[in-house]
Design a binder for this molecule. Structure first.
Ligand SMILES: Cc1cc2nc3c(=O)[nH]c(=O)nc-3n(C[C@H](O)[C@H](O)[C@H](O)COP(=O)(O)O)c2cc1C
Length: 179
């Protein structure tokens, strides 16, 4: 059984610079990692919920990988969370029930166009990345997941250059392989 699934939510991987590099690096380890590209698998955004449940139930670690769009994820990830984390499966009223995401390790891997200082105190955004990611962190907590440290790459723009982007891809695959 593969222990880790990376759920990729990027609407335009053809034009991607950073997420594409990250996925190319992860693909070298596809004996250990499941790469689940939501747009590729579900171009119409209609998910096969039983299939998604089955995939999630069979891994220990889940990474949600996405580019930051308007201080959130691309919409397909929100819809995936809305549809897949269903009542009675991911959460419910029975405190003793063994809901299926309980105890799963879940992390966020996010590419961010702006530089890190924008997300510091007194930075132009005015909120830290930890604050920006609160809805995802709250979701992980609510379903009983164990939140992993986030993997964030700032300056995710082509001008950052191939070398730094390739370096981030190596660090990212180390992060995913060593969960
Ligand atoms: C619709 C849209 C919204 C974006 N919103 C933000 C944002 O809120 N904050 C930010 O720092 N970068 C933002 N960006 C920049 C993206 O985060 C950046 O282009 C992406 O992470 C680069 O990854 P990629 O090369 O894999 O596409 C936005 C980009 C797009 C297209």
């Amino acid at each position: 059984m593969k222990r880790t699934m990376v759920v990729l939510a990027h609407p335009d991987m053809e034009k991607s610079v950073v997420n594409k590099k990250w996925i190319e690096e992860l693909q070298k380890h596809n004996d250990k990692i499941i790469i689940h590209d939501l747009h590729k698998e579900y171009p119409d955004c209609i998910f096969d919920i039983d299939r998604e449940h089955n995939l999630l139930e069979n891994v220990e670690n889940i990474i949600l990988q996405f580019p930051l769009y308007w201080y959130s994820s691309p919409p397909i990830l929100k819809k995936w969370l809305d549809d897949v984390l269903s009542y009675g499966w991911a959460y419910g009223d029975d405190e003793t029930a063994d809901y299926k995401m309980k105890g799963k390790k879940i992390g966020l891997a996010v590419t961010v166009g702006a530089p890190e200082e924008n997300y510091m105190k007194n930075g132009s955004v005015g909120f830290s990345m930890d604050e920006v990611l609160i809805p995802f962190k709250a979701t992980i907590k609510y379903i009983g997941g164990i939140e992993l440290p986030s993997f964030i790459f700032y300056d995710a723009v082509p001008e950052t250059g191939d070398e730094k982007i390739s370096e981030s891809a190596k660090k990212y695959s180390d992060y995913v392989l060593n969960l």
